[in-house]
Every structure is written in C-alpha cells, then in structure tokens.
Design a protein around this ligand. Structure first.
Ligand code: 6PG
Length: 472
C-alpha cells in the first residue's frame, strides 16, 4: 500500500514557514514541514488545526518520498548562503520537472543566478516574494512570484488559495520575467521603509512638537485610518500608541530604544535605483535615517555639544493635525510614486516585463504597504499601463494639489524648529523638482563643460556644444 501523498513541502518552519503551512492546510492541502529536529516538527504538528493534514519530516529523503510529482518544495530560510545550501541538498533528491520555490527575501541577482543554475538541472525554480509578516502568512499574505511560468502554473491553485483576497480576488499574480518576483518584493520593502519613516516624522512633530499624548496620537491615527490614509501601517501605529509595557506599565513605545534595525532590502532598493538612474530619494533617505538612528552614542554626544533640543511648536493642535495629515498623505503618495516609477524602469532595463496593474493589485491586500491608495493606482495603470510616474495621472494630481500648501507648512515647521523630517522634506523636494519645467541644471552643465569639456545641449538648437570658457 502506498503512503499518503502530500502536495507541498516547506523547508524552514520558523513562525512564517509554519503559518504559511497552516494556511495551506486550512485550505485543504496536505502539507509537509521539514526540520531535522523531531521535537520541532512535533510542535508544528501539534499546533495545526485539528483535522488538517500537516506532517513533520526529519529527513529530506522522507520529504521527497512523500511528495506528489511534480514535487513542490518551498524554502523560507534566511536569504543568501542558506538558500544555496538547501538547494544543493535538494538537487540530488529531486526529479526533472520538480519545483523549488524560494519564498524568502532573496536578492534579485541571486534569483537570476539560481534560475539559470536550476534550469541546467532540469528543475523549475520560482523566486517569490511573500509579504505580510506572521499574521499575513497565517491569514493571507500578498504573494509576488516571477520567472518560470510553468512552475507558476503548477503552484498557482495553491498560491491563490492561501493568498489574501480583496473583493474576492487573490493577491497573487505572475509579476514578470526572471527575478521579477523578488524584485517587486524588494521595491515593496523600499516603499515600506519610506512610509514607516514618514510616519515616525509625523509622530515626532505631533508628540514632541505639538505635545500630543499617546492617547491623543491613538485618536489621530484612528481617525486617519478611518479616512483616506487607511492602510496597514497607519492601523498598527494606531494600536502601538495604546500598548502598555508589562515591566513598567508605561506606554511600551516610550520604553523602546530609538535605534532601527534593518535586514537590507531597503538598501538593496536604493543600490539598484542608483544603478538604474531611477530617483527614489525618499527610500534613500529612509535607509539613511535608520543608519543615523543606529549611531545612538554619537547622537547623544552631538546633542550635548550643540545643545540641540528641538523647540516646542506653538500651533493650534486641531489645525496642525490636519496639516500633518496632508503632509503625510502627500509623502505616502510620493513614496509609492518613486517605487512604482523605479519598477517601470526596471521592467525595461532588467527585461522583467513587470505588469504594473498586477503589482498594484497584489499589493492591495495582505502586504505591509497595503492601503486604500492602491485602488487609485490601479485606476491610473488601467488608463495607461506604461505610465512612467503616477504623479502624471490627472486623478492622482487632483488628490495631491490641495495637500501641497499644508505640506509646506509642516516641512517649514520641522526645519525651523529642529526636527529631522528627512522623508517629509524629501517628498516635497522631489515634488518641486519633478513638477519643475525649469531646473537650475543649466548652470551645472556649464560647470561640467568648463572644467571637463563634457559638452552641453542648447535650448535654441539641437546637438552637443563645447565652449572654451573664459577664466577671469
Ligand atoms: C513584509 C516585510 C518583511 C520584513 C522586512 C523587514 O513584507 O512582510 O517587509 O519582509 O518585515 O524584511 O525588514 P527590515 O528588517 O529591513 O525592516
């Protein structure tokens, strides 16, 4: 009698991996979770929903033996060498046509390399971003696969079953060639960095600046989340302000050290944006602010040296809250604008053919940057799938125009009173530069030609020109 066959296996049963498996099992799939430790797989089995088919395996041989063909094995292990190590151990055990899915935050260049390597071994490989954290994995993540279409088609019914649903539509789609899945996830994380940084800057202005208590901040974020800023990040921020610390009974947010961690996806986004020549200064700024935050002891020393306490703001609280709302709205919009514009460039330059409307749809639910605004971006890409920048969409422009004056007030208040508002100011600077028909770059070109004979173009005739500049 042949043993029961399973439809899917997970290597890496940390919280994310386990939750993803439970989600699959709850959707009726028979799944395997691999870990060398029988104790760990035992715990995994015990915590599964009763009646579902979740089995632990402690050897890869047993896992391969129990899987239906073509085998579908997903990896949720730390990015980098661990992914290569697991792939190497799987290769001798798998058969041609089997599918390896890398669901971690792998660098897209690693995915390009693994695509080619595994193709040479007659194995399918799917580089796939997964967003939504622990809860997303359990209740419905946003899933961003790309590359091997045949592999995607094999995995599609399962992925659609477990993905978040928005209006009944699963938040998963094939997002382009090669490493497009991991690329889209990387840019998702870049946008995540920028929006998180913007929120902290608004918090600072409202809290230290205008003196709002945590309870008041909770109410502000609650109202914002009930309005046009509705999004996962605003929602969790709302809740963070009420959380009490078990140890001191203070508000937990006040007990947390102001040093940010980072696993690197924001930095990767900036690095590749520089390579592409696609400007994403808000994401760059957000990465830099995490780095500055981690220089805690230097900051403490410098604060003493410059006696640099930001000034309290003398503002009408209600009016200021509305101004900060508008600045945040504009900043969030421009965070998406920069990330989406970068994806358009990458789509061509990396030959990924990223379907922008699908990206926006996949981000509508389950992921960290899900928000009401995605509906508007969907409409914009519906009208024009090759839209270079969502700021050029008339409906988006209509949403931004009345936010500009208040954004200027908030940015001015930050600058004049000593609050570091890198992303808010950067959003405004980007907006002002992007919407400027004339920039002072004519002078920069003159300088380049002056010292380096780099040539310039003229406003009155085509061609490249060089001048022997006169030194006085
Ligand atoms: C997600 C998150 C997830 C993870 C980030 C955190 O979409 O579910 O983006 O991938 O939380 O990697 O990154 P940092 O540690 O760099 O903040």
């Amino acid at each position: 009698m042949s043993a029961q066959k399973y439809q899917f296996a997970m290597i890496g049963i940390g919280v994310m991996g386990k939750n993803f498996l439970y989600n699959m099992a709850d959707n009726g799939f028979a799944v395997l979770g691999f870990n060398k430790s029988a104790e760990k797989t035992g715990v995994m089995e015990a915590e599964a929903t009763p009646g579902t088919k979740v089995k632990g395996v402690n050897t890869l041989e047993e896992m391969v033996e129990l899987l239906e063909v073509p085998r579908k094995v997903m990896l949720l292990v730390p990015a980098g060498q661990p992914v290569d190590d697991v792939i190497e151990s799987l290769i001798p055990l798998l058969s041609p046509g089997d599918i390896i899915i890398d669901g971690g935050n792998s660098h897209f260049t690693d995915t390009v390399r693994r695509n080619a390597y595994l193709k040479g071994k007659n194995l399918h490989f799917l580089g796939m971003g997964v967003s939504g954290g622990e809860q997303g994995a359990r209740r419905g993540p946003s899933i961003m696969p790309g590359g091997d279409r045949e592999a995607y088609n094999f995995a599609k019914p399962m992925l659609e079953a477990v993905a978040a649903k928005v209006n009944g539509v699963p938040c998963v789609a094939h997002l382009g060639n090669g490493a497009a899945g991991h690329y889209v996830k990387m840019v998702h994380n870049g946008i995540e960095y920028a929006i998180m940084q913007l929120i902290t800057e608004c918090y600072d202005l409202l809290h230290r600046g205008a003196g709002l208590t945590n309870e008041e901040l909770h109410e502000v974020f609650k109202a914002w989340n009930d309005g046009d800023l509705q999004s996962f990040l605003i929602e969790i921020t709302r809740d963070i302000f009420l959380q009490k610390d078990d140890v001191t009974n203070n508000h937990l947010v006040d007990m947390i050290l102001d040093k940010a961690g980072a696993k690197g996806t924001g930095k990767w986004t900036s690095q590749d944006a520089l390579e592409l020549g696609s400007p994403i200064p808000m994401i760059d700024g957000a990465v830099a602010m995490r780095n500055i935050s981690s220089q805690k002891s230097l900051r403490v020393e410098a604060a003493k040296l410059y006696n640099a306490e930001p000034a309290k703001l003398s503002v009408d609280k209600t009016a200021f809250i509305q101004e900060v709302h508008d600045a945040l709205f504009l900043g969030v919009m421009i965070s998406y604008a920069q990330g989406l514009a970068m994806l358009q460039v990458a789509s061509t330059d990396h030959d990924m053919q990223i379907p922008m409307k699908e990206v926006v749809n996949v981000w509508k639910g389950g992921c960290i940057i899900r928000s009401l605004l995605l509906q508007d971006f969907d409409k914009a890409f519906e009208k024009n799938p090759s839209l270079s920048n969502i700021l050029l969409d008339e409906a988006i422009a209509g949403m931004l125009k009345d936010k500009i004056a208040n954004t200027r007030k908030v940015a001015s208040a930050a600058v004049l009173n000593g609050y570091a508002a890198t992303c808010l100011c950067s959003a405004l600077n980007y907006f002002d530069a992007f919407t400027s028909a004339q920039l002072p770059t004519n002078l920069l070109q003159a300088q380049r030609d002056f010292f380096g004979a780099h040539t310039y173009e003229r406003i009155d005739q085509p061609g490249k020109f060089h001048t022997s500049w006169t030194t006085i």
